[in-house]
Design a protein around this ligand. Sequence first.
Ligand code: PEP
Ligand code: MN
Length: 338
Amino acid sequence: MLVVMQSQATDQQVAAVERHIRELGLSPHPMRGPTRTAIGITGNTSAVDPTSLEGLPGVRELLRVTKPYKLASREMHLDDTVVRLPQTSFGPGTFTVVAGPCSVENEEMALRTAEFLMQRGVRLMRAGAYKPRTSPYSFQGLEEAGLDILDRVRRETGIGVVTEVMDAGHVELVEAAADMLQIGTRNMQNFILLKRIAKSTKPVLLKRGISATLEEWLMAAEYLLSGGNRNVVLCERGVRTFADHTRNTLDLSVIPPVKKHSHLPVIVDPSHGTGRREYVPPMSLAALAAGADGLMVEVHPDPLKALSDGPQSLDFAQFDKLLDSLKRLAEPLGRTIC
Ligand code: PEP
Ligand code: MN
């Protein structure tokens, strides 16, 4: 349910409506827009008599939100959300490029990559310290030592860092070293983790589960939003299908429906989406054309020696070429690469 206030409603009237919602045993979520305030209501609204709210001073109308995801829905929040980090932002008009190695392997490579990216205007580096690997024999990430490296690199270069949190017990540690917390595909429905990260003040990158429908994905976002974290960026990274010509099937056709049904920014990860570096540039351009708000690409100083996901990682020269073509495509589309 959504209470739309009149444009001249006072702060006291908004507060009174919030109080009334709480008295009904429900949760109010005020959203202040440029012209008016709306108050989202979550909880079991089925038994609520709408007339009790409609009659309150300052209320213009009461709308029913039909989708099961309420706070993530465009029905409740018409304007596109902008997610701001100290170094960059995700939202309409811009196309935010996030790049970096699959894993932090050592300080030297992390620093070299960060310096290269900063020089190219990329303000957010991805790199995993905790790695979810299919095989227990594969490189598992440097864990806490990797976080220490990321923290030093961001302090030294000024780059922002996004890195995965795999365990609710690690959130505090990761928060201290990162500017944005990544929830990986395998954890999209780890509800304990979602509830813990909902309490974090850091923005979240929420990857789509390997076989998640759009509704399941947005319901996972709803856990974050309803728990208090409004800074959520979605990331399409490919889903599991019968096709085996690519590592996953990058579902770019999900971008327009995400935009239609949600106000949250959505970016695309063509590296995990395709698994092959030669497919990354065309799918990156397609992501921009499809209306995504950005890109997350794996870039490594020496992909042939990478400890994880080398075959899908671009080297610096390949990334430079990709940035050039993105800039050329962005112009006629009225977008700015950031
Ligand atoms: C990653 O980005 O490093 C990663 C493991 O991605 P995903 O969760 O999409 O597999
Ligand atoms: Mn990877």
